[in-house]
Design a protein around this ligand. Sequence first.
Ligand code: NAD
Length: 418
Amino acid sequence: MSEEANPFESLQEQIDDAAAFLDATPDVLERLKHPERVLEANLTVEMDDGSIEVFKAFRSQYNGDRGPYKGGIRYHPGVTRDEVKALSGWMVFKCAAVNIPYGGGKGGIVINPVEYSMSELERITRSYAKELRPIIGEDRDIPAPDVNTGRREMNWIKDTYETLENTTEPGVITGKAIESGGSEGRVEATGRSVMLVAREAFAYLGRDIADATVAVQGYGNAGSVAARLIDDLGADVVAVSDSSGAIHDPEGLDVEAAKAFKRETGSVTGFEGAVEEFSNEELLTMDVDLLIPAALENAIDGDLARDVSADVIVEAANGPLTPEADDVLTERDVAVFPDILANAGGVTVSYFEWVQNRQRFYWPESKVNDELERIITDAFDELVSVYERNETPNFRTAMYVVAIRRVLQAAEEGGIWP
Ligand code: NAD
């Protein structure tokens, strides 16, 4: 996370930007600018050598007006209370944007997981699950994977919770392995929603995505799946990158071969199918039709935004533009389709996983993909209709207007407990 933009302040600014288009009083909006509660825990865990280490951990439950809190768990040395609060707030508006019946939450442990053995990570995760136990549950708060966590950690949390509660409740967590109650299609879901939003965006703008050139920053789960599915639509993915640098072929890269190369070697650079290599900064300012930031927060700041050449951006990462970059790109008429819609495929298929867990009845992948497409295209249609009706300055503000309205309506119907 770069130091210039505090993500929690960015979230509050995004709510303020939408406020001008909402019929809501400042006191009502003030409530949406803060989490309902944040758990802060100090996990005391025995290491393999018998020593003791203490890890700071958080879980923010931002807003539960529309349903149980929902959101991932991040393991990263840069995790802070403000980052967790911001990410939990973005989850509220993401779930409301695609109209799935959840509130928003997020958790994190301040840790660099590569420094610990698997058995240490298991004890750390189970200690965290013990702290979470009183506040999570399939009708209370449903965690999921985020940066540096995956099926393995989700399975440990589920097992700890179920053991302590003496029950079976797979819907307490999503992103599980298939054999432990996971859903078909979950791994590809985020990249798939990025592709669907790109496809709808080009159709809305009156352009043919099959003629588009595309650059993808970050070739991990979200970025590489989005690249493959957009390539399948006939577009040319001309550049992709990861933390090692960017690779380029003006005729279009073989995205599958580049992914296989990264799987083998750990990075995209060195891929023999590329014509040249350059820096990530050069990728972000390349002259392409569509730019997909799919790495980390704050990838594009105000200065870089002035040099962006793409005229459409679809955000796969959470918060890849600083508020200043957003202002610059709005001013320059670059069409930015926001993260809370574009990467909502992940949480939407988590929702399907939870539905399947509760019904104890599992769907084939084709049904998962069809339902995901319906939810994302409905949300896209709602976005453009609010954008046109309200004449918001950009698509992000229009999406926040849709999402905040839904949260406020649920809050109003519930009333205020004295
Ligand atoms: P990942 O770890 O699989 O991939 C991240 C990729 O970004 C890696 O290839 C890494 O090398 C690259 N990267 C890191 N720093 C970079 C830099 N400075 N420049 C270029 N590349 C860089 O992670 P992911 O799951 O694909 O998540 C990526 C983003 O998408 C994150 O912001 C995450 O919050 C968001 N997201 C992911 C999901 C999901 O289901 N995977 C859902 C919603 C949002």
